[in-house]
Design a protein around this ligand. Structure first.
Ligand SMILES: Cc1cc2nc3c(=O)[nH]c(=O)nc-3n(C[C@H](O)[C@H](O)[C@H](O)COP(=O)(O)OP(=O)(O)OC[C@H]3O[C@@H](n4cnc5c(N)ncnc54)[C@H](O)[C@@H]3O)c2cc1C
Length: 455
């Protein structure tokens, strides 16, 4: 395999974030390569719940002419995301149109589209180190059959997922912040199986997040439809909390699901696991000559742990920013700052809002969540509003009606009202993201204080 000595842009990792970033750069006629450690025909394959929010594919259809997942790429359309706690009958459904996708097939199509625009893709090319000149990232070193190969670029995009090989190799004096180390309390471990029954299952067009007393929040179990006869069943567990004595995540999974779905009633189509970062994206995802996208930048919804859509959106923006910087011919942090501005006002903001919901769920505990569901404290419409509208507020009459439902124990209601107020403040803060790097430290400190956490 002949590697080029240099390219305009190197994208490390050809998952969703990397594939779309490379597509955008190649479409603009620039020279871009993707380096992935997997074999070329396996890139995109990932153990996953397979749910993909609609906004990114719809945006790509409108802006880039890329088809939304279809044919064999589409496992099932989804209409509802449901929250359930303790008892699966107590459920709050939110209308959340989404796709259930075959990760390999959809991922391979995006790579092919990028290739057709001129991107070059190199499988079996694990990136190990960075090439630096002073504080500027100037390329990467891969290891091919035991031999190091150096490739230089004006911009390196870290799309290597949870591994974040570029981010981890940036020296700490360049990173200037400890928030780039992701601690175990901001990671969930996962195990999941796709199972196939002989007959159709009753869960149509719906994905369910199930908060349970035996899983510490932000962990949960999930039940996703994966077509009429298949279910995608899984469990997430906070990495900082040890499993009960002598058990593995797979054992806990079986303790939860075997009673509902006896193993003799299905065949396992696929099983596996992985780790997901569930904090908010870093306050800045750009460096001199590099950008972080997808899981490498922690673009994941902290409550639902969905990262496919955020990976696509952040990759798209990194591609656009790279093209502008290439036209300008300058690759310092300031030249890539537009990436921060755009993603923080979009995915960054919704992640921070969702982080408040994640903390609220943990404070309520599964019992409290169950009470909220049982007393029907929130209607489907209200839940949808809270997720969509950062300025959402209950009227006084509604507040009183809700308070009466909780008489005489108002604690869960007060917690919910407080969280809703904080969502608005945090959203406003993200809208005021600094126009250049000079305002970053102050903005980050205020963000931490609003979220009540030191990232
Ligand atoms: C079990 C599980 C279930 C999930 N369920 C959902 C879900 O239902 N919905 C959802 O939206 N999200 C889900 N997620 C999260 C989602 O899969 C990720 O957020 C998303 O894949 C991130 O995309 P990415 O492009 O950043 O990284 P990835 O998809 O992880 O791709 C990274 C790529 O980088 C390559 N790479 C890694 N290291 C190197 C290296 N050193 N050199 C070169 N290449 C390298 C890898 O081979 C890979 O191809 C789930 C995750 C897990 C683990």
């Amino acid at each position: 395999m002949d590697y080029p000595k240099s390219a305009d842009v190197i994208v490390v990792g050809g998952g969703p974030a990397g594939a779309i970033a490379a597509y955008v750069v190649a479409k603009a006629g620039k020279d871009v390569i993707i380096l992935d450690k997997k074999k070329r025909d396996r890139i995109g394959d990932k153990t996953c719940g397979e749910a993909l929010d609609k906004p990114a594919p719809l945006l790509f259809k409108k802006e880039l002419g890329l088809e939304v997942p279809h044919g064999e790429e589409l496992t099932s359309p989804i209409e509802f995301l449901s929250f359930s706690s303790i008892n699966l009958d107590d459920k709050l459904k939110a209308k959340t149109p989404a796709f259930l996708v075959n990760r390999l097939k959809y991922g391979q199509r995006l790579l092919k589209e990028a290739e057709e625009k001129g991107a070059r893709i190199f499988g079996e090319s694990p990136v190990r180190e960075l090439i630096l000149k002073g504080d500027q990232i100037e390329g990467v070193r891969i290891h091919r059959k035991g031999k190091p190969v150096e490739i230089r670029a004006k911009i390196v995009i870290d799309a290597s997922g949870f591994v974040a090989v570029v981010r981890k190799n940036i020296p700490s004096e360049i990173k200037r912040s400890t928030e780039y180390e992701v601690p175990d309390d901001s990671i969930v471990a996962t195990y999941r199986e796709i199972v196939e029954f002989d007959d159709d299952h009753p869960l149509k067009n719906e994905i369910v997040l199930w908060y349970r007393e035996d899983i510490p929040i932000p962990g949960y179990a999930w039940i996703f439809t994966s077509g009429p006869k298949r279910l995608n069943l899984g469990i997430t567990w906070p990495k900082n909390i040890p499993y009960p004595e002598g058990k593995k995540l797979k054992d806990l999974y079986h303790e939860i699901f075997d009673e509902m779905y006896p193993p003799s009633t299905y065949k396992i189509v696929h099983s596996g696991g992985g780790q997901i970062p569930i904090r908010i994206p870093f306050a800045s995802v750009v460096f001199n000559g590099a950008m972080l996208v997808g899981d490498a930048g922690c673009f994941v919804d902290p409550t639902t742990a969905e990262g496919h859509g955020p990976a696509l959106l952040s990759g798209y923006q990194a591609g656009k920013t790279a093209v502008k910087a290439l036209k300008k011919g300058s690759y310092r942090m300031e030249d890539l700052w537009e990436m921060n501005l755009e993603v923080m006002k979009g995915t960054g903001k919704t992640s921070a809002m969702s982080y408040i919901m994640q903390r609220l769920m943990a404070e309520l505990t599964p019992k409290g969540i169950n009470k909220v569901l049982k007393k029907k404290l929130l209607s489907q419409e209200e839940l949808e509003q809270i997720f969509i509208d950062e300025n959402f507020e209950f009227s006084l009459g509604t507040k009183i009606r809700k308070a009466l439902k909780f008489f005489p124990n108002f604690t869960p209601l007060i917690k919910i009202m407080k969280a809703i107020n904080r969502v608005e403040e945090v959203a406003n803060h993200y809208d005021a993201y600094p126009e250049d790097p000079s305002g970053l430290d102050e903005w980050t400190a205020r963000r931490n204080s609003l979220l009540g956490v030191q990232f």
